[in-house]
Ligand binder design. Structure first.
Ligand SMILES: Cc1cc2nc3c(=O)[nH]c(=O)nc-3n(C[C@H](O)[C@H](O)[C@H](O)COP(=O)(O)OP(=O)(O)OC[C@H]3O[C@@H](n4cnc5c(N)ncnc54)[C@H](O)[C@@H]3O)c2cc1C
Length: 410
């Protein structure tokens, strides 16, 4: 599928990062500008190696996000576009629905706030249900009230990533793997992207580098704020005999300050049921194993003032997540809050993902999608969940911005 690193030496627009966002952006660009020479550079030997293939596989409907935020708009639009794209391409996906379950009266005000947000964001079909209806939809789940979202679904994100790559190649774009961009030099006429086998000269570049987004942005002249701090999220899987405990997705009511926390039960497109993820600061930006540690990544995290400010604020949550990461039975107990029949013997370790979380100098965990520009370049600096769901809509937004910033004709 891909060319050798030496093959590409010049292009009009380079896209750095071959995850689902980078590929969606390259695809959108080439569809709008068929005559532009577009080249994707990816550091790994395969596309979609990082977040795009290590996630929950959920098509989010757009319930959680603050009305008016980019996440709210791009998730709702992106989910709609993703379902149509998958239908067109015959990619496995299903609108299986989701319950956000309250088990305690203290959670009801937050459930009500989520319902308000869902309505404000234009999420189709979300409604409040009672304990009896929870059991009708998910016979093994228990709660005092829930939100039911029929439009939430499940999809094969790696298959979507491959389909985007196919679209790029079919439209004449180039994709180069095993090509890590190590430096960026900007002149008045072009950008020089220095990689292991030489350099690519481009009029403009769009950086979609996930966990490495901050380093490339700084290399191109941007501010170091926000920094990416990696969070490792480990999943458990239900043993095959217990998969029938969960039909679709069962989520807790999230804490609005830390919306990405809280283990959920979700049915994957292959029928597997996952429980997780945990969320613990990782010692490497690719810490798929808990033992992986990289000196530069650790130093970058420790040297960032925001890390210490965040820890001072959230250390209790950190201790609880550490407990979940170490004690498998504790995660099973968290799941049993929603599915009481679930026990520690019903789960096995599955895989882990590493979340590229942008953290401000002031210790704020950036929630919304963040984009910025430097001369001749546009940077995707924070594209956490639901970035995969929203990828087609993010791509439209990024190319709109790039047309303005680069003066490309529509
Ligand atoms: C645990 C977890 C669960 C999630 N669950 C969901 C979910 O259920 N639904 C959902 O919609 N979203 C989910 N997400 C979020 C979603 O996975 C991400 O928003 C999305 O994958 C981001 O895509 P990306 O292309 O920006 O990042 P990535 O997939 O990480 O891609 C970035 C790419 O850039 C490449 N790169 C980096 N540096 C360089 C360089 N110097 N030179 C060349 N290439 C470079 C990397 O190798 C990588 O391939 C989850 C994320 C995590 C971590």
């Amino acid at each position: 599928m891909s060319e050798r690193p030496g093959a590409a030496q010049r292009c009009d627009v380079a896209i750095v990062g071959g995850g689902i966002v980078g590929l969606a952006v390259a695809r959108e660009l080439i569809l709008r500008h068929p005559r532009a020479a577009v080249c994707v550079l990816e550091r790994e030997t395969a596309l979609g190696t990082h977040q795009s293939s290590h996630n929950s596989g959920v098509v989010h409907a757009g319930i959680y996000y603050k009305p008016g935020s980019l996440k709210a708009r791009l998730c709702v639009e992106g989910a709609r576009e993703l379902y149509s794209y998958c239908a067109e391409r015959g990619i496995a996906c299903e609108r299986c629905g989701k319950l956000i379950v309250a088990t305690d009266r203290s959670e009801l005000p937050r459930l009500q706030e989520l319902e308000r947000r869902a309505t404000a964001n234009g999420v189709p079909g979300v409604r409040r249900i009672d304990a009896a209806e929870i059991e009708r939809i998910e016979p093994h789940a228990r709660g005092i009230a829930a939100l039911h979202s029929p439009e939430t679904g499940v999809v094969d994100f790696p298959a979507v990533t491959r389909a985007f790559a196919r679209d790029i190649l079919d439209s004449g774009g180039a994709i180069v793997t095993a090509c890590e961009v190590r430096d960026v030099a900007t002149t008045s006429r072009s950008l020089r992207l220095v990689h292991g086998s030489g350099a690519l000269e481009a009029d403009h570049a769009i950086f979609c580098a996930g966990a490495w987004a901050d380093r490339l942005a700084v290399a191109a002249g941007a501010s170091p704020d926000p920094r990416i701090v990696p969070f490792r999220g480990a999943y458990l899987r239900l043993v095959p005999e217990r998969r029938d405990l969960v039909r679709s997705h069962i989520y807790p009511v999230p804490d609005p300050s830390l919306p990405f926390l809280g283990a959920h039960l979700s049915r994957h497109i292959d029928g597997e049921v996952l429980l997780g993820p945990t969320a613990l600061i990782a010692l490497a930006r690719d810490a798929y194993s808990a033992r992986t540690a990289r000196r530069r990544d650790v130093l970058d995290t420790l040297a960032w003032p925001g890390t210490w400010r965040m820890l001072a604020r959230w250390w209790r949550t950190g201790v609880s997540e550490l407990h979940h990461a170490v004690v498998r039975a504790a995660v099973a107990r968290a799941g049993a809050r929603y599915v009481p029949e679930l026990g520690a013997a019903d789960v096995r370790p599955a895989f882990a993902g590493v979340r590229a979380q942008a953290l401000g100098r002031d210790g704020a965990l950036l929630d919304d999608f963040v984009f910025s520009t430097t001369p001749r370049a546009l940077h995707v600096r924070n594209a956490p969940s639901p970035g995969a769901t929203a990828s087609l809509a993010i791509a439209r937004h990024v190319i709109d911005e790039a047309q303005r910033a680069f003066g490309l004709e529509a």
